[in-house]
Design a protein around this ligand. Structure first.
Ligand code: KG4
Ligand code: ZN
Length: 344
């Protein structure tokens, strides 16, 4: 039995997990930094990096204790090496390198986005390559063909904000608290999704990409107008995001012959309205819809361990000299989206 230790520290969750090559989760531990960042209404990189230093080693020990294992029983060390807040990424990667060196075990440097991208296969072992993935997180909004570990073709990305970022900014604007996504979803449940007229950027266009900046500005104007309550704004905003995600994903599905499934991953995949609409969309194309359970959608180390398992099985191991990378696209050959900023 091959056992992989996974480490995650790229944003505001510190996590350690033990997973087997067969996809059995032996232990997963997570410490969230939400309380530390809440007073600032967003993640403060310096606070995050320091908190990862304090939390990571005890989490590794706790995960090993949960699984009744020692470091010597671990076969592979997998650590997030980017993209993300560089201070945090360095904490996890250097810890992974130190453990790999001390235990004499191979290191797999994992792209955090690949962790999200392959997590549906940990949740559903019957899911086969290639699949169409909608990756929607705080930093990314992309449609990708997932062909295998390390083998991605990007069909679309956001030309401005990520979907999760739009949720977070809307929550801040409406004073709903931090983290924003779950707060907006909760408020939206009490509102009318048709109450506030909001734009759906790029909807129905030939352009394959996403855009949420105009929607965010419209939410700000609606909030400042004093005409609407925050529940109705939250519900109308969430509906606009869902409509954009579905329209762009439908376009990608039409251009994706031969895929086995429609798959969603990343923190925004925890949203029930998003999941419901994608389930219906997959039905339109007679495709299975696969979404990881909620805890596996948001950042965690089980998905990093699993991506490490898939890469190790494919013979992809790394040198201890591998650098931490603040930016690291899954498809380095993808054309830059028109109007896009520097985000990966
Ligand atoms: O994947 P993730 O945990 O971290 C990144 O790699 O970015 O995603 C976090 C993002 C945040 O923007 C958060 O607001 C959003 O996912 N999110 C949600 C929900 N839960 C988390 N967005 C909408 N509805 C949710 N229930
Ligand atoms: Zn993430």
């Amino acid at each position: 039995m091959t056992i992989i230790l996974g480490l995650e520290s790229s944003c505001d969750e510190t996590a350690a997990a033990l997973v087997t090559a067969e996809g059995k989760i032996l232990a997963h531990r997570l410490a969230t930094q939400e309380d530390a960042h809440r007073p600032y209404g967003g993640v403060v990189p310096e606070i995050a990096a320091r908190a990862h230093v304090e939390a990571l080693a005890p989490l590794v020990e706790a995960a090993l204790a949960d699984a009744e294992l020692t470091l010597g029983d671990v076969d592979v060390i997998a650590a997030t090496a980017g993209p993300g807040l560089i201070g945090g990424v360095m904490v996890g990667l250097v810890t992974g390198k130190a453990l790999a060196h001390a235990a004499g075990k191979p290191l797999v440097a994992v792209n955090h986005l690949e962790g999200h991208a392959l997590s549906p296969r940990l949740a559903d072992p019957s899911l086969q390559f290639p699949y169409l993935l909608l990756l929607v997180s705080g930093g990314h909004c992309q449609l990708l063909h997932v062909r295998g570990p390390g083998d991605y073709a990007r069909l679309a990305t956001t030309i401005d904000d990520a979907a999760g970022e739009a949720f977070d900014k809307t929550a801040k604007l409406l004073g709903l608290g931090f983290p924003g996504g779950p707060a907006v979803e909760k408020a939206a449940a009490k509102g009318n999704p048709r109450a506030v007229p909001l734009p759906r950027p790029l909807l129905g266009t030939d352009d394959p990409h996403f855009s949420f900046a105009g929607l965010k500005s419209a939410v700000m104007r609606a909030a400042q107008s004093g005409q609407y309550n925050s529940e109705d704004i939250a519900a109308s905003f969430q509906q606009a995001v869902v409509d954009c995600l579905i329209d762009r994903t439908r376009r990608a599905l039409k251009a994706s012959p031969g895929i086995t499934a429609l798959v969603v991953a990343g923190g925004v995949a925890a949203n029930q309205a998003v999941r419901g609409a994608l389930t219906a969309l997959a039905g339109e194309f007679d495709l299975p819809f696969v979404a990881p359970p909620l805890w596996l959608c948001t950042d965690n180390a089980a998905m990093i361990a699993w991506a490490g398992a898939e890469r190790y099985a494919a013979g992809l191991v790394d040198d201890l000299s591998i650098p931490a990378r603040p930016r690291w696209p899954l498809d380095p050959d993808a054309e830059k989206a028109r109007g896009a900023g520097v985000k990966a």
